[in-house]
Write a protein that binds this ligand. Structure first.
Ligand code: ADP
Ligand code: MG
Length: 718
């Protein structure tokens, strides 16, 4: 037969994704459950394999049919004379364990279970799924599914369509994994429309064995894969996912659409940190930390893919807009600022040069308006000048096609000049005349083209965000050792009593063990004791009442600030006792006044899936209103805390402000690292909330003045 591919191929050479060649590069395929019924999936899969031009033999298997799709049909896997690498199972769920066992006996390497009726239907299905996984593991068979649409590989020497998808994609450099079968199908169709070529596709269904992380690992080593698309409904193992995406970072873009975006933070939150770290924000943060670009919609995913495949890396977020119409230029400007990009400040030299080549009515400021009479030559000159300006990191070029202008020539000018500039470009072509050719020319050159300036801007924003995140490698956690034993002793005792919120003195002991500064504080049982404590601390002091379940103290009049004498302390304590008299276990805390003025929230909440999530925000009693918090999933990289602070909308408040020098950022950053360590060392800690941490300039003294820690025995978490 003269086929060189096949039996000599080395297998399982891919690190943590061994055996996936058996799925994607099989030498032969059997379809168990092949059917004569024209409208059945069993028939569709056989047809796709043949129509797709699979390069090896295809064996239909069905004990009740002699012929399927004009092919000899086998009674069983064992009856097939030659070796079988890949089996697609399209039989009732209950029969799948038997198919898997037959596969093991036959020496099959990959099994795709299309059948549904497993984990997705409940415990009985889950048991069946586990049984199938067990058989496959023992036999070294890699399993895709169950409950999936199948897999595809368009490599010319393979040409495998082991799916029931109605669309066969064009070959290309994109690899795509979908957790949803139906959406996978739709995306394959759309990819074709969008001109994206697909190299491999997998609908992973329940991901019982092969999931997104294994596939990413497989594709990391495949030089034919240039970009990876993920449609996710849930995460497998975030730790593995992170490790895999680390290898892809900046090398092969990964774009993810994660569904469930709008599902409001369903988690019951007991702390400030918990209430601002809703599930979707955590997913968002996590993907970014992995260097994965998240798309808000499938449409956006395709736009991002087109831009990332063909456009160079932007050196920053300053965008030059070149247009021949004022309105769209302004729309683009608004839109790009709305997506966090900046309008580039063109250099005076650039403006002078532009003025020399443009008519006087044109605008040489960004957005550069070439006005309606702009022909290809004017675009060419202007783009050359703007493209050279080091203040412009990327370009958005708009063209509203006027009747008298040769749109196609303009498109060619855009292609040539932006290519010369070596900067990323996205375009927006509006109007009718000559539009089709212009769009085709741009697309052919790999330049994204949109109908609306907003889309051009948001695509550029995706490109910029991808490369920004790619430049933030996870890195290594800062070295720090807390007094683990001291904390362990406290937690052991509390866990023995069922966990819950730690009492204030224990909170302070835990923080002290990890050198997280808490304002000097003394505890007292009664007003007289409070007065004595205040004497020892020195005035002025802050007095707070404490009792189990007393949470928002200031709301209940349980915080008195700036008390500057013993009498004031005594009276304030008496007043609190009267007000809160009904509470059992009432005690008092006397604190020094923290000298800073800027109140932050520092915190940690343990996400059931992602583990510790660290938070910093503008804090104090208004944290829920301001909602200005940045998050990171632990472990934090060395520079993460600095980035978290920089990301805050109110970041400027932490700099020199109202006559006070900037806060001691370094200390805040160190505290975040220590919280990260504390959470990593002690999985029993479910939540930490320092609110506020009152930040002051360096040398003045920054302290947490209010802190809560919730402990959960590990057994209770299940
Ligand atoms: P709660 O959050 O339960 O209402 P806090 O202990 O956080 O009570 O105190 C409320 C506010 O009082 C803080 O946000 C802060 O502005 C101020 N405050 C509390 N303790 C101190 C302190 N030791 N020094 C300076 N300000 C304080
Ligand atoms: Mg507070």
């Amino acid at each position: 037969m003269g086929r060189t591919r096949g039996h000599g191929r080395s297998r399982g050479r891919r690190g943590g994704a061994p055996g996936l060649d058996g799925l994607f590069r099989p030498r032969s395929v059997a379809v168990v459950g092949a059917s004569r019924d024209r409208h059945s999936i069993g028939r569709e899969v056989v047809e796709n394999l043949v129509a797709g031009g699979f390069e090896g033999p295809v064996y239909p298997v069905n004990p009740r049919a002699a012929v399927v799709h004009s092919m000899h049909c086998y009674r069983s896997l064992a009856a097939i004379p030659g070796p079988v690498d890949l089996v697609v199972a399209v039989v009732k769920a209950a029969l799948v364990p038997k198919v898997a066992a037959d596969c093991a006996r036959k020496g099959v390497k990959g099994l795709v279970v299309v059948s549904a009726g497993f984990r997705e239907i409940g415990p009985a299905g889950a048991a069946l799924e586990d049984e199938v996984v067990g058989i496959c593991r023992r036999a070294g068979i890699r399993l895709v599914g169950p409950n999936c649409m199948g897999i595809l590989n368009t490599e010319p020497e393979v040409r495998l369509n082991a799916s029931f998808a109605a669309t066969t994609p064009m070959p290309g450099g994109v690899a795509f994994v979908s957790q949803s079968g139906a959406l996978g199908e739709a995306i394959l169709a759309d990819a074709r429309q969008a001109g994206l070529g697909i190299r491999m596709f997998a609908s992973v269904g329940n991901s019982a064995d092969v999931g997104a992380d294994a596939l990413c690992e497989y594709w990391a080593d495949d030089p034919g894969v240039k970009l990876i698309l993920l449609y996710l409904e849930s995460f497998g193992d975030p730790v593995r996912f992170k490790a895999v995406t680390e290898r892809l970072r900046g090398r092969k873009p990964v774009i993810a659409v994660k569904s469930g975006r709008t599902k409001a933070g369903a988690r019951a939150a007991g702390s400030h940190t918990g209430s601002v770290a809703g599930e979707d924000r955590v997913v968002d943060t996590f993907l970014r930390q992995c260097g994965v670009l998240r798309a808000a919609s499938l449409r956006q995913m395709f736009s991002y893919a087109g831009a990332l495949l063909h456009q160079p890396r932007p050196s920053g977020r300053r965008i030059a807009v070149v247009t021949n119409a004022g309105g769209p230029g302004i729309l683009a400007t608004d839109a790009l600022e709305g997506c966090g990009l900046e309008l580039a400040d063109l250099r005076p030299a650039t403006r002078r040069e532009l003025a020399r080549v443009l008519p006087p009515e044109a605008s040489v400021q960004n957005p550069v308006d070439l006005i309606a009479s702009a022909d290809a030559e004017r675009y060419r000159r202007a783009l050359r000048i703007v493209g050279r300006d080091p203040n412009a990191d990327a370009l958005i070029v708009l063209f509203v096609s006027p009747i008298m202008i040769d749109a196609h020539a303009v498109a060619r000018a855009i292609v040539e000049e932006t290519g010369r500039a070596g900067k990323p470009v996205v375009t927006c072509v509006m109007g009718r005349k000559g539009q089709r050719e212009a769009v085709a020319t741009l697309k052919e050159a790999g330049i994204p083209v949109f109908r609306f300036p907003e889309e051009a801007a948001s695509t550029m924003a995706g490109l910029v965000r991808y490369w920004e995140a790619a430049a933030e490698p996870a890195g290594r956690r800062r070295r720090f050792r807390g007094d683990r034993e001291a904390v362990r002793r406290i937690l052991r005792r509390v866990c023995g009593q069922g966990g819950g919120w730690l009492e204030p003195a224990k909170v302070r002991a835990v923080l002290a063990a990890y050198r997280i500064p808490f304002v000097p504080t003394k505890t007292a049982r009664d007003p007289a004791g409070a007065m004595a404590a205040a004497h020892e601390l020195g005035y002025p002091v802050v007095l707070k009442a404490a009792a189990p379940g007393l949470v928002h103290k200031s709301d209940l009049g349980a915080v008195a600030l700036g008390l500057d004498g013993g009498d004031a302390v005594f009276e304030a304590a008496e007043a609190m006792r009267r007000r809160l008299g009904g509470r059992t276990g009432l005690s008092f805390e006397v604190q020094k006044v923290a000298p800073g003025h800027r109140e932050l929230l520092l915190g940690m909440t343990r996400d059931p899936k992602f583990g510790p999530v660290l938070a910093v925000g503008l804090g104090g009693v208004n944290v829920e209103v301001l909602h200005d918090v940045s998050l990171r999933v632990g472990p934090l990289a060395e520079r993460d805390p600095a980035r978290m602070l920089a990301e805050l909308r109110g970041a400027a408040l932490l700099g020199a402000y109202r006559g006070e020098p900037e806060i001691d950022r370094e200390l805040v950053e160190v505290c975040l690292h220590r919280l990260d360590r504390l959470a990593a060392d002690h999985p029993e800690i479910a939540e930490i909330d320092l609110n506020p941490f009152i930040a002051a300039p360096k040398g003045v003294g920054s302290y947490a003045v209010d802190a809560r820690i919730r402990v959960e025995p590990l057994e209770a978490r299940g």
